[in-house]
Design a protein around this ligand. Structure first.
Ligand SMILES: Cc1cn([C@H]2C[C@H](O)[C@@H](COP(=O)(O)OP(=O)(O)O[C@H]3O[C@H](C)C(=O)[C@H](O)[C@H]3O)O2)c(=O)[nH]c1=O
Length: 186
């Protein structure tokens, strides 16, 4: 596995090594000791999977409040997504800035999104499945969001999303300007 540090402090891309042979390939996609030493010294306590059937499905931007704030290690098992993290750590020099990466079954790349970021994605292919490990359990009471198309954040989604497919709650998320302070930058 290789790690690529990204412009927003704490964010990282992990590129597993695929060992190919005549049958296909083998790849180690997570190794606790390597992750703690090279990425973040965290415990993962839950694993999630979601299928989004249509191109142009947007899930996010989501985060959970402390003490249920979640770090997320995201990868795409089928299809292709544009995965986005937005820095919402008050005091961060990159507060309100976003980073996006294309994750796909084909590239096998993973995005590490530490607590303190809002996370979401848009699907670029039908039947896209994401799998992600999180560092805190789901807490509906502490589940919060940020508007996916807030012009102040200005995410450059790589496809037209005039008819984005969204959950009802994601159509009503607050804009960055209306977001109460959720995380302190450390
Ligand atoms: C996140 C979560 C949800 N749920 C239940 C709650 C709802 O009944 C149903 C769908 O939840 P939601 O619409 O929040 O699912 P997504 O829109 O995929 O949200 C997720 O997608 C974005 C990209 C994220 O980063 C978050 O991890 C997560 O919020 O699953 C659970 O039971 N456990 C969970 O951990």
């Amino acid at each position: 596995m290789k790690i690529e540090r990204l412009p927003l402090a704490g964010l990282a891309k992990i590129i597993p090594t695929r060992l190919g042979d005549h049958r296909g390939y083998f790849a180690e996609v997570f190794k606790d000791g390597w992750f703690r030493e090279n990425v973040a010294d965290v415990d993962f306590v839950q694993e999630n999977e979601s299928l989004s059937a249509a191109v142009g499905t947007v899930r996010g931007l989501h985060f959970q409040l402390e003490p249920f704030a979640q770090g997320k290690l995201v990868r795409c098992l089928a299809g292709r997504i544009f995965d986005v993290a937005v820095d919402i750590r008050v005091g961060s020099p990159t507060y309100g800035q976003w980073y996006g990466a294309e994750l796909s079954k084909e590239n096998g790349e993973q995005l590490w999104v530490p607590a303190g970021f809002a996370h979401g994605f848009a699907t670029l292919e039908p039947d896209s499945v994401i799998f992600y490990k999180v560092t805190a359990p789901y807490s509906a009471e502490n589940d919060r969001g940020l508007l996916w198309n807030d012009p102040e954040i200005g995410i450059e989604w790589p496809l037209p999303l005039d008819n984005a497919i969204l959950s009802d709650k994601d159509t009503k998320q607050p804009k960055l300007a209306d977001l109460p302070p959720s995380f302190q930058y450390r």
